[in-house]
Design a protein around this ligand. Structure first.
Ligand code: NAD
Length: 245
């Protein structure tokens, strides 16, 4: 088991990539805290526990600073440590630049950037006490290359990469690594609404010739959350079938 007895928070763990990550981490021996707005997280945790793993659902929005801080305090009190933070929760509000409203801009910044800032700041205080930590955050190929209709999302995902590099520098001395992953097109509820013809066009830009399943991305989180990656910090790992080569 690659995460035996590690305590891991997975934000956005109620569905999609976060759900696959919570399930994989539990199989690898972690005690998983699923943080999400959606009550579906309760069932994900129940299924993990029924299958012999250990998981707990915590209903929290990462945009709510007080709620994040009290959820971190409760986890530290219950488990005595937090070893892994997977900053996976993220949203889109796509519009081309000239049609994008202030509300669409603000909503994406609040979750994808400020929420990650709140969660990481609160968790690192606990990691520092224990001299160990793995922070892995969801960037995107959009943060590397931009994408039509995603000014707000691109700003946040490039921002995640910048924050990650800064945390690698600031937290290395505490035994904490910080890395990001940049998923390419992955089949989840986030991408379900995209029309088939757009998906077909996307496929033509992906050398391996298929779209990712959530587990393909979860394996990347697993490596960067494990002890195996102790000499890896400050990187953004594309997991995109060759798209961003
Ligand atoms: N699916 C893709 O193609 C793709 C590509 C690149 C990057 N990503 C990134 O991967 C991550 C996961 O994406 P996904 O496709 O699984 O998305 P998803 O929409 O299927 O799941 C995201 C989860 O995050 C939760 N969430 C949203 N706002 C939250 C908040 N304020 N507090 C707590 N939880 C919140 C949602 O409730 C949901 O359960 C996101 O950061 C996304 O930007 C996805």
């Amino acid at each position: 088991m690659r995460l035996k007895d590690k305590v891991a928070i997975v934000t956005g763990g109620a569905r999609g990539i976060g759900q696959a990550t919570a399930e994989l981490f539990a199989q690898e021996g972690a005690k998983v805290l699923i943080w999400d707005l959606l009550d579906e997280g309760e069932q994900v945790a129940a299924d993990i526990n029924a299958n012999g793993g250990t998981a707990e659902f915590v209903k929290v929005s990462i945009t709510d600073k007080a709620a994040v801080e009290s959820a971190v305090a409760a986890a530290a009190e219950k488990y005595g440590r937090i070893d892994i933070l997977i900053n996976n929760a993220g949203i889109t509000r796509d519009k081309t630049m000239l049609k994008m409203s202030d509300e669409e801009w603000d909503a994406v910044i609040a979750v994808n950037l400020t929420g990650i800032f709140y969660a990481t700041r609160a968790v690192v205080k606990i990691m520092k006490e224990n001299g160990y930590g793995r922070i892995v955050s969801a960037a995107s190929t959009t943060g590397l290359r931009g994408n039509y209709g995603q000014t707000n999302y691109a700003a946040t995902k490039a921002g995640v990469i910048g924050m990650t590099k800064t945390w690698a520098v600031e937290f290395g001395k505490y035994g904490i690594t910080a890395n990001a992953i940049a998923p390419g097109y992955t089949k989840t509820p986030m991408t379900d609404a995209i029309p088939d013809n757009v998906k077909q066009m996307a496929l033509m830009t992906i050398p391996v010739g298929f779209l990712a399943d959530p587990i393909d991305i979860a394996y990347g989180y697993l490596y960067l959350a494990s002890e195996e990656s102790r000499f890896v910090s400050g990187i953004c790992l594309p997991i995109d079938g060759g798209y961003s080569r």
